[in-house]
Design a protein around this ligand. Structure first.
Ligand SMILES: [Zn+2]
Length: 510
């Protein structure tokens, strides 16, 4: 679902770029970073072994094999001796891990890197479709194969590799660094990340920022422009399901009396889907497109530099594509409808469930008020189902944290365009809102369009060279973020000011 956003972006950009000459390209910033020494061959062996632990999240918590998590804990402990000498390790709720790397300056706010230890199951019947068994950890000349190589044991292991490598260099952070690895992200993180968040909140800890997994660096996003794109999610949508129900007299179908419960509820659902929450091309979505436009052909940049003129047209166009429409508004989808038991009986009850993904522009109360207004039928009962989540706060893109993150991305992936974005799906990050001022979601994975199906799918794999980049990215980020100041000369990415065409505007960080 997350990745359908890319597909829509692709279509959207192809529409224009296909007819356009590439006249100029945004300034590219290449800041070589001193790599931390890592024996990649050995690091790959450790990742390969990590893949063999079946830390599978199952919908029924009782079915989870705790021994596999314990085995992985032991393996991590053996693999990273310096981490386990210099950092404090805590096991949270049996299977999650929390590490504390004490900084030298307690006056500075700490930072936190998070990922998860669990993986999704392999869909029964697809095992044979894998080129190499999903829990073998097969290493070929170019890739490491297996469940978790993309989502996201590679992230856990790369963070630990980076930490161990920096400790080998006697690196000492000024800021305290927390590493949090939940064990149930794939089934909502209620027992893992949520518990880690609660423990840290009880200690009164407030991070400067937290980085969780997120969208990868995507290549081939923009035809005619070879820059891959790093979309750093600064917010995620909320979740709400409403149950709508109506009771009626019922009776025999040979003597119907007015509209049946089914027809009345059907009318209401039709009105709801015809009248979704309004789409808005402003705030975060506008920032995403303004930042991306800097790497686009000139006519396209012209459109984004003159949004006062093109905003309406652009919004209308984007709402015709389901995935970009989802980035612009709260979506509405009827997912369950139940009524009737016998073909000659008029039912006494009809019930439906409508699922909303709540945009940060809206709130759950605003959605319910909208639904009541649109349905406008006192006979229909509207109830909020358990499990709702408000949309996240939108983290700043003018903060030191975002600059540091952008800088670190550019140091390891100098050719990419960095843009803030909205996460359509949910991650563990939502369990940490109370302990972090700013929350970002990004994975230093490289993916082509065709790789996106491998996440949660068949033949999940990671290239060995990308794993090296992941380790370097996390070490850079730690070095850049853990000091008091980072010299970041930057043109803010926010949409407060539109970028006039022709101006040197592509600077994200140097
Ligand atoms: Zn994940």
């Amino acid at each position: 679902m997350l990745y359908s956003f890319f597909a829509a972006l692709f279509l959207f950009v192809a529409f224009i770029a296909g007819r356009t000459l590439l006249l100029s390209r945004a300034e590219r910033i290449s800041v070589p970073a001193e790599p931390v020494p890592v024996e990649l061959h050995e690091a790959v062996k450790r990742l390969s072994k990590a893949i063999t632990f079946k830390t599978i999240s199952k919908q029924d918590v009782q079915d989870i094999d705790g021994d596999e998590f314990k085995k992985m804990h032991r393996f991590i402990e053996q693999s990273y001796p310096k981490v386990h000498t210099h950092l404090k390790k805590e096991v949270i709720n049996h299977y999650s891990l929390l590490y504390t790397w004490e900084g030298s300056n307690p006056a500075l706010k700490p930072i936190m890197l998070t990922c998860h230890l669990d993986v999704v199951p392999v869909e029964p019947g697809t095992e044979e479709d894998w080129d190499h068994p999903p829990f073998e950890g097969k290493v070929t000349d170019e890739h490491i194969y297996g469940r978790g190589t993309m989502d996201v044991q590679s992230g856990v292991m790369a963070i630990l590799e980076a930490t161990e490598a920096l400790l080998n260099q006697n690196f000492k952070p000024e800021r305290t660094i927390y590493l949090g690895f939940g064990h149930d992200e794939e089934i909502d993180g209620e027992f893992g990340a949520s518990e880690i968040g609660r423990v840290l909140e009880e200690r009164g800890i407030k991070m400067e920022f937290l980085l969780d997994e997120g969208l990868p660096v995507v290549a081939e996003l923009i035809p005619g422009i070879d820059s891959p794109v790093a979309l750093v999610a600064v917010a995620e949508k909320g979740y709400l399901s409403l149950e709508l129900s109506i009771e009626s007299e019922g009776g025999h179908s040979s003597v119907p009396q007015g509209k049946t419960a089914i027809a009345q509820l059907g009318d209401a659902l039709h009105r709801l889907e015809e009248n979704p929450m309004p789409a808005r091309f402003d705030g975060l979505v506008r920032s995403t497109f303004v930042a991306l436009s800097k790497t686009m052909p000139a006519p396209f940049r012209f459109v984004f530099a003159n949004l006062w003129m093109f905003k309406g047209v652009l919004k209308r166009f984007l709402t015709t594509i389901p995935a970009t429409d989802a980035a612009l508004r709260t979506t509405t989808a009827t997912t369950i409808f139940e009524s009737g038991v016998k073909e000659n009986l008029i039912p006494t009850l009809a019930r439906a469930v409508v699922n909303f993904r709540v945009h940060p522009n809206d709130s759950i109360d605003a959605v319910i008020a909208h639904v009541q207004k649109v349905i406008n039928d006192p006979n229909i009962k509207i109830e909020k189902k358990f499990g709702y989540i408000e949309p996240s706060r939108v983290s700043s893109i003018d903060s030191r944290a975002f600059m540091v993150l952008s800088k670190s991305i550019k140091q390891i992936f100098p050719e990419v365009a960095v843009a803030p974005s909205l996460m359509i799906g949910a991650t563990d990050a939502r369990h940490y809102t109370q302990i972090a001022d700013e929350i970002y979601r990004f994975s230093p994975l490289r993916a082509e369009q065709s790789d996106l199906d491998r996440v949660h799918g068949t033949n999940e794999r990671l290239s060995i060279s990308n794993y090296g980049e992941m380790i370097q990215f996390f070490s850079r980020l730690i070095v850049n973020a853990a000091s008091k100041n980072t010299k970041v000369h930057n043109t803010p990415l926010s949409a407060k000011t539109d970028v006039p065409i022709g101006e040197s505007s592509g600077k994200i960080a140097v």
